[in-house]
Ligand binder design. Structure first.
Ligand code: AMP
Length: 419
């Protein structure tokens, strides 16, 4: 199917071509025609599936048809500042010649700039729920003209405790509006929210595996923190590495590691929730402009990060939640490029790794780096057992390749690799 068959305005078709999109992704194929017909939508899709364009193109189409207005017509709520910036950039990129007037209202940024944006005419407001409520309570923003509400990464907004803010915002919107809700999952509390904010919504479920084939994943076991640092040094010395995001579990961990890498002469930036918005923007700009090769980040800060040069993701610490693994590795392999994702784990964390594998539905192949093999060996996994692999526990050097076989998610049997 071509973009031209989706029913979008010619100006938008020119813009998607200029953006280098040749064909709509599955979520775009499914969501755009239904959204153009005016349906409310509940869409389960992952980061990297092309979901931003899936909701932004119909929004832009409606704006073009409606013509100029003083009051904003589209409201997009996102969980994080970075995702809000990214949605705003996508709106400008996908709109073609005459871009929409977009205000980005996010926490941590100065009020003055935002208030100035709110004084002029606007088409689209992209906001995090907390800061949007601040502006609404101060009477600085009129949402009575909103005809499309988008909840992007709704599951994440709920995880972050934005439920009351979302309800308070929705209560101020016209009842006659279109609501497009995007979320990795539509179960549980997301389902309850969806039932409150949408009407006769159409459900679209996009398989989780879309992004996976482009990203090569490897699991490296480590004996301790120092071992992890040595593994990281090795990975970062790879000449095929253009840019990398290294994930840590904590803000302090991100600071420490960034400082250490900087001392070693790497061009590195940290990104975490304790930084001011200005410092975050500077870090992201350095990455986008190629002045930084490595970004050391925490989960929340890096959500939505879209930099095409990111060839590698390293999970220095395992994510707290299995779902975050998918978001993390989705920072690489952007826009059709290939990516590498390495996960460092202690043997005692095998249960957590299993949780991730259950969530993604595929096994992360175990690898070793020559000279950096763990002293303790992982036993073969349940999946490996099913394939009839030989159980090895030897600590002898030179046997690092012999972890046995595993069964990859696609059913292909491979041997764990040694680099
Ligand atoms: P998203 O899931 O919205 O974060 O998008 C992931 C990436 O895919 C972004 O870098 C988009 O620019 C890119 N993208 C979105 N739609 C398409 C498309 N139809 N063809 C190629 N790349 C796309």
């Amino acid at each position: 199917m071509a973009f031209a068959e989706l029913g979008l305005a010619p100006r938008l078709l020119e813009a998607v071509t200029a953006a280098g999109f040749t064909h709509p992704t599955p979520v775009q194929r499914e969501a755009i025609p239904l959204a153009l017909q005016g349906h409310d939508l509940l869409v389960s899709s992952q980061t990297g599936s092309g979901k931003t364009a899936a909701f932004m193109l119909p929004c832009l189409h409606r704006l073009i048809l409606a013509g100029p207005s003083r009051r904003p017509r589209v409201l997009v709520l996102t969980p994080t500042r970075e995702l809000a910036q990214q949605v705003s950039s996508a709106a400008l990129d996908l709109a073609g010649r005459r871009g929409p007037r977009v205000a980005v209202l996010v926490g941590g940024a100065p009020y003055a700039v935002q208030l100035k944006q709110l004084r002029g005419p606007l088409d689209i407001v992209v906001a995090t729920p907390g800061r949007l409520m601040d502006h609404l309570q101060r009477g600085k923003l009129d949402l009575s003209g909103i005809d499309t509400l988008v909840l992007d990464e709704a599951d994440r907004m709920l995880d972050m405790g934005f439920i009351d803010d979302i309800d308070a915002v929705v209560a101020r919107l016209p009842a006659a509006r279109q609501t497009l809700l995007f979320s990795a999952t539509l179960d549980g509390v997301v389902g309850t929210l969806a039932a409150r904010v949408t009407r006769a919504a159409q459900h679209i479920e996009i398989a989780r595996t879309l992004q996976a084939p482009k990203i090569e994943q490897r699991l490296l076991f480590a004996d301790g923190h120092d071992h992890k640092l040595r593994l990281l040094d090795h990975l970062l010395s790879d000449s095929t590495l253009r840019q990398a995001v290294v994930f840590t579990a904590t803000k302090a961990g991100a600071e420490d590691l960034a400082g250490r890498l900087e001392d070693q002469g790497h061009a590195v930036q940290a990104l975490h929730g304790d930084m001011t918005q200005g410092a975050r923007n500077r870090a992201l700009r350095a990455l986008r402009e190629g002045r930084a090769r490595i970004l050391v980040a925490t989960d929340v800060a890096a959500r939505g990060l879209d930099v095409p040069g990111i060839s590698h993701v390293v999970n220095f610490d395992l994510p707290m939640q299995a779902e975050d693994y998918v978001h993390r590795i989705g920072r690489t392999g952007r826009a059709g490029r290939a990516g590498q994702a390495y996960t460092l784990a202690y043997l005692r964390e095998r249960g957590k790794v299993k949780g991730i594998e259950r969530f993604t539905g595929s096994t992360i192949p175990v690898a070793t780096l020559p000279g950096l093999e763990p002293k303790a060996r992982p036993e073969r996994s349940e999946d490996a057992r099913k394939t009839g692999a030989v159980k090895r526990r030897s600590n002898k050097p030179g046997e690092s390749k012999a972890y046995g076989q595993y069964k990859a998610g696609n059913g292909v049997h491979r041997r764990s690799q040694s680099f």
